[in-house]
Design a protein around this ligand. Structure first.
Ligand code: ATP
Ligand code: MG
Length: 176
């Protein structure tokens, strides 16, 4: 079955459309993928995307814009770029936001949360042998770029569950 990754990304971000309306934030989904099937871990990919997009909405005031861009690099890596026009992160705090329970001083005083979203995202990206890069300008906004492999070769053979007949072809998980 083709097109699964593209459809999957559209489906898991659909629910943010109503949050966008409610918070009066423009949500741009720029999902530039072909309709081929790619190998990816549904659970981990969903957690990565939804945590990054949720943060963008949380730290962006009304009138702002949240953009999710998804592109394939050399048909082997999925590049996920989440950009917002929100509060940004002070330079001196940027190195800490991937640590468990860390919230910026501003966020800790104003926003709900536990400070576990980005540490989880970082671990999940690491499990994929992927990368994550933070760029942020206080008062202007934040961009997080996560790159994860989506070709079958990039997963160890032991975790590839090729159960095309039983499940959707993009399922990759630990064999039990
Ligand atoms: P949780 O995700 O556990 O509900 P959280 O959003 O506070 O809580 P993280 O997602 O780990 O925790 O983010 C850590 C901190 O990094 C946040 O508290 C916030 O200060 C900062 N941060 C994360 N994403 C953004 C963003 N898009 N814009 C501004 N600050 C951000
Ligand atoms: Mg968060």
């Amino acid at each position: 079955r083709a097109g699964e990754l593209k459809q999957f990304l559209v489906a898991i971000t659909e629910s943010f459309e109503s949050l966008a309306q409610y918070k009066q934030i423009e949500f741009v989904r720029d999902i530039n993928l072909d309709d081929k099937a790619y190998w990816f871990d549904q659970d981990k990919t969903e957690k990565i995307v939804t945590n990054l997009v949720a943060n963008a909405f949380k730290y962006t005031p009304a009138g702002g814009t949240v953009t999710l861009s998804a592109t394939l690099v050399h048909h082997q890596h999925l590049s996920l770029v989440v950009t917002d026009t929100g509060t940004g992160i002070p330079h001196e705090e940027q190195e800490h936001v991937f640590s468990a329970f860390y919230q910026t001083k501003q966020a800790a005083s104003q926003q709900q949360g536990t400070g576990l979203g980005l540490p989880l995202v970082k671990e999940l990206v690491k499990l994929h042998n992927g990368t994550i890069v933070l760029q942020s300008e206080p008062g202007q906004g934040t961009t997080l770029t996560a790159t994860i492999p989506v070709s079958k070769d990039s997963f160890p053979a032991s975790v590839v569950v090729d159960d095309r007949d039983a499940f959707s072809p993009f399922h990759i998980g630990h064999q039990t």
